[in-house]
Design a protein around this ligand. Structure first.
Ligand SMILES: *Cc1c(COP(=O)(O)O)cnc(C)c1O
Length: 226
């Protein structure tokens, strides 16, 4: 029998009361993506590590969205310094080609034998070459640092508007008073693609190579629409 319990995010007491010696693992996003760009507090992640250690559960960070520079660090876990036992990765790993990966500590990877976790095209040479090229470009073009810098610039410019801004690096959530979907539609008419993750939330996750001019344009368009 396998079962999952969902607990409110950033709520240490709820997590503590949901985890017992019967708990196999706790999985969470260091910054929630689809839910509207909510970063976990460092205290919460440290507490999660402690709760898992105390109960014998493993701690899994889902870094599918936050990994590879998105939050201004190679991985979002670096903001808190908390080390998960397993990290899941995909999306940016191969620069848009379909690939996913699971990293673990040696302790955990010892549980797997070759072939235990198979996938027909898993580990295919094409996407592996794309992943190596993407990771090299992120490193050689200093895109992690750029994500931090452009993210700060984007948040600063957005904060001039009547909105509430949060996020890390180039993973930014913007709460607005009006209907987010109609802002997305109006922006598309002006040639800017945005994404909404809630009735009143815009999610901005531009490419790490985004320029200040492009950010200015996006912020101007959002400002005009609002
Ligand atoms: C997109 C996403 C997934 C799903 O990734 P797939 O590669 O489609 O399996 C999982 N977790 C998070 C946080 C995501 O953003």
């Amino acid at each position: 029998l396998s079962e999952a319990t969902f607990v409110p995010y950033n709520d240490t007491e709820s997590l503590k009361s949901a985890v017992s010696r019967r708990t196999a693992a706790v999985i969470l996003e260091p910054v929630q993506g689809e839910a509207g760009v909510y970063p976990a507090s460092n205290e919460y992640l440290r507490a999660a590590r402690e709760i898992c250690d105390d109960s014998g559960a493993i701690l899994i960070f889902d870094e599918v969205q936050t990994g590879f520079g998105r939050t201004g660090r190679w991985f979002a876990k670096e903001h808190s310094g908390v080390m998960p036992d397993i990290m899941t990765l995909a999306k940016a790993i191969a620069g848009g080609l379909p690939m996913g990966a699971m990293l673990s500590t040696e302790n955990i990877s010892g549980c797997f034998q070759r072939g235990d976790h198979a996938s027909t095209f898993g580990g295919g040479p094409l996407v592996c070459a794309a992943a190596l090229a993407s990771i090299s470009a992120i490193r050689d073009e200093n895109l992690v640092r750029r994500s931090e810098e452009m993210g700060s610039y984007l948040k600063r410019e957005l904060s001039r508007l009547p909105v509430s801004v949060r996020g890390l690096g180039l993973m930014v959530g913007v709460d607005i008073k009006g209907d987010a979907r109609s802002v997305v539609d109006a922006a598309r008419e002006r040639g800017v693609l945005l994404n909404s993750t809630g009735e009143h939330t815009l999610r901005l996750v531009p490419p790490l190579v985004v320029t200040k001019d492009e950010i200015d344009r996006v912020v101007n368009v959002i400002g005009e629409i609002l």
